[in-house]
Design a protein around this ligand. Sequence first.
Ligand code: ZN
Length: 274
Amino acid sequence: MAITELSIILLIVLVVVVGYSYPGWRDRRIVARPFPDAWQQHLVRAVPYVNRLAPGEQQQLRDNIQRFLAHKTFHGCGGQVITDEIRITIAAQACLLLLNRRTAVYPRLKHILVYPDAFVSNLGHEENDDGIVDIEDHGHGLLGESWHYGKVILSWDDVRHGAANIHDGDNVVLHEFSHQLDSESGSANGAPVMHGGNYTAWAQILSEEFEELNEDFHHHHESVMDYYGATNPAEFFAVATETFFEKPHQLRKRHAELFEVLREYYAVDPTAWQ
Ligand SMILES: [Zn+2]
């Protein structure tokens, strides 16, 4: 083979290899894949108000679901079989938290473990050096866990319940994936990375609201937010996220400042959807 022919072949190989591995090009191929009708139906069940999102936001959501599915691995645990319904439901709700924001799709997250229902963790710590953020034990086992390093664990039964009622402020996917966002800053402490956001205002408002929820809890006052948010600042951010997306009108009315900082952070206004 002549030197020129060899060079041409090598050049072609190089172009193909680079083309398939360059993130921007790979990403375009991923989002160019068809979004099947069956997926759209799962999406509508997972996010029933999806048609109220602006057309551009609906496209963003579908694109991010494609990216999510391309880069994360789902594992069925305790006999759970992973279906498209499970993958789309979790991906759709997780990606709702990313709309209009300059962020990658949970870059540190690699694995999603799904149990059929509430599971028992053998970890036994609320927060430890291994990076576990969250254990929610409501007396019937765990509904979800989020780890700093690459892993979310969910109960499918609770994911389905979360999707079935979008007005009760209880959604384990929104909860666990807000912990993932929180972890991107290096530790889960209720202060996620903000692009151009005002950390001072965020810290002040969230700590005031956290104190208020603790007061409400101790005095048995009624609260828009679940008292689980009074556990610590990380749980407060996660519960505030669930409330922001599922009870936006109530949150805006009763906690206007908190609603406003969350609206800035999440770059959406769920009152327009609900
Ligand atoms: Zn939590």
